[in-house]
Design a protein around this ligand. Structure first.
Ligand SMILES: NC(=O)c1ccc[n+]([C@@H]2O[C@H](COP(=O)([O-])OP(=O)(O)OC[C@H]3O[C@@H](n4cnc5c(N)ncnc54)[C@H](OP(=O)(O)O)[C@@H]3O)[C@@H](O)[C@H]2O)c1
Length: 252
């Protein structure tokens, strides 16, 4: 490699927050997932991009590769993936990248506002599974690899219970109650480990998920998901220690 292709880093500048780290992002081609993946790469991380649609993953791959180290694509549908699939995923990350320092859970299932009474039973089960059970199964499979890192983090992105705990938010809203419980419970159980568990509760963001509940033109409250990408980097980096076991609601 020529000198021009590899500029020497400026010793006067601090190392980027996620230098040499490997971060797995679920929902990597979604609104926040894509913005956070680019921000993690810019902060020095090799990002494993997990998503269920390969063409969309390819698009975000280019943006992430332009921002930092070459990412790894991991196509997987959380609806159908089994605990064995997550074990295989952790194994592959370990063998191909040698380490895992963080997991950022951005994948989420929300079918739209529906009264519980009219909710298709399969849709209810899908929402609970993708938003809660799959997040936990994936985390459980990754914990042994994360435990080998000097400083590791699992970040659950979750929604505001004060809003989505109300009528019509169905399985998505109910799963948010459970996720907020999971943050505290898991951190207590990992108290003696170097793994930090935290929640990130962003404000309203202009994404496909939000568009299922709010008409975009009248939605003045929503911000671009980029507004919360740096908060994801903070929680995945050593600076996230301040939020260990807690749910952070950063200002956009
Ligand atoms: N938007 C908001 O206002 C808001 C507010 C507070 C919290 N949040 C939270 O922010 C996080 C990110 O949401 P977002 O707003 O960025 O939503 P989004 O743009 O809809 O992104 C969600 C992602 O999850 C993926 N996904 C859904 N089901 C999946 C499955 N079975 N397997 C794999 N991936 C799947 C989606 O893939 P497809 O594109 O294939 O559907 C999409 O890439 C979520 O945890 C959400 O609860 C959002």
């Amino acid at each position: 490699m020529s000198d021009a292709a590899a500029p020497a880093s400026d010793p006067a500048l601090p190392d980027p927050a996620l230098k040499d780290r490997v971060i797995l992002v679920t929902g990597a081609h979604g609104g926040l997932g894509a913005a956070a993946s680019v921000a993690c790469a810019r902060a020095g991380a090799t990002v494993v991009l997990l998503g269920r649609k390969v063409p969309k993953l390819n698009r975000i791959y280019d943006a992430v590769a332009a921002a930092g180290p070459e990412p790894l694509l991991y196509p997987l549908d959380l609806e159908g993936a089994s605990a064995d699939d997550y074990a295989e995923m952790a194994e592959r990350i370990g063998s191909e990248l040698g380490r895992l320092d963080g997991v950022l859970h951005c994948a989420a299932n929300f079918a739209g506002l529906t009264p519980l009474l009219q909710t298709d039973p399969a849709a209810f089960a899908r929402a609970i599974h993708v938003n809660l059970t799959a997040r936990w199964w994936l985390t459980q499979a990754c914990l042994p690899l994360l435990a080998k890192a000097g400083d590791a983090a699992v970040v659950f992105v979750l929604d505001d219970i004060a809003r989505v705990g109300n009528a019509f938010w169905g399985g998505y809203g109910l799963a948010q109650h459970a996720l907020s419980g999971l943050v505290g419970m898991l951190q207590s159980e990992l108290a003696g480990s170097k793994i930090r568990i935290s929640g990130l509760q962003p404000g309203p963001m202009r994404t496909p998920l939000r568009a299922k509940a709010y008409v975009e033109e009248g939605d003045r409250a929503a911000r671009d998901p980029e507004a919360y990408a740096e908060a994801c980097v903070t929680l995945l980096s050593p600076a996230g220690a301040a939020h260990r076991g807690r749910i952070w609601t950063p200002a956009a």
